[in-house]
Design a protein around this ligand. Sequence first.
Ligand code: NAD
Length: 280
Amino acid sequence: NQVPAIKLNNGTLMPQLGFGVWQVPDAEAEHAVGTALEAGYRSIDTAAIYGNEKGTGKAVAASGLPREELFVTTKLWNGRKQTWGRDAVLRAFDDSLSKLGLDHVDLYLIHWPRPMRDDFVGIWKTFEEIAASGRAKAVGVSNFRPQDLDRIAAESALVPAVNQVELHPLHPQAALRAEHAARGIVTEAWSPLGQGKELLTLPAVAEIAAAHGRSAAQVVLRWHLQHGTVVIPKSVTPARIRENLDVFGFELDAAQMAALDALGAGAAGRRIGPDPAEFD
Ligand code: NAD
């Protein structure tokens, strides 16, 4: 397939475009992920909290694809129920692997920093151990702010391979992307389509889409790809699943990139999801 591979800081290759499964019920996940794998996706983004690791794992098994051709990401739900000492993290990781039916994942992420709990550095120490064991080819974080990355840098020699954050033209995260680049961290965009809401209805997006004979979603995905961001659009509609992968046959020019960049200028408050400073 034509999806470029992005090299992570430990040499692991990650497809630049994958399939996200947030809010896909476990019973539907097998079908949705199966459709995506058939369409040509090779990277799947799930999480313990999505409750669909089993369905995802079934689709992976049923696909018959060689494991080394697939890139599976899951995330630790470091929620409030308990303190996240080493044993709890290892148990949660074992549970994810067992639900997925895999002996390793390609990427394991701390789902949120939850800075008010002040426990992610300890969690990261256990992630180092998981990475060393080979049961995760790479480890990273999600929703981390520069100050959270600073804390990890101060207390660990292992740099997160990826930071998966909310990112789309209405919340472009330019400063954070620059931080990542300086630190050797790959930026991965969650809700890359702005959850299919306002963003896909904007006249500026429609105009570019019309110029290419493409959909608004395809134009937004091109914007990400041309910025070097990893994307994981989600859909359960087969035609859209295929459409979101069919984004390698055209290119936005500099003016079109600039027009999309301008949508988020000065719009730091336009996130759709929670603010990592407060989310617990
Ligand atoms: P998204 O931006 O991928 O948008 C998905 C929605 O857009 C769909 O439900 C559908 O309504 C619409 N859509 C999809 N394809 C379309 C098309 N071709 N044309 C028109 N509309 C289309 O939103 P998302 O699901 O929030 O984000 C993608 C993935 O990111 C998730 O599935 C999940 O894997 C990940 N994620 C991670 C976090 C995190 O905290 N780490 C948070 C949210 C999402």
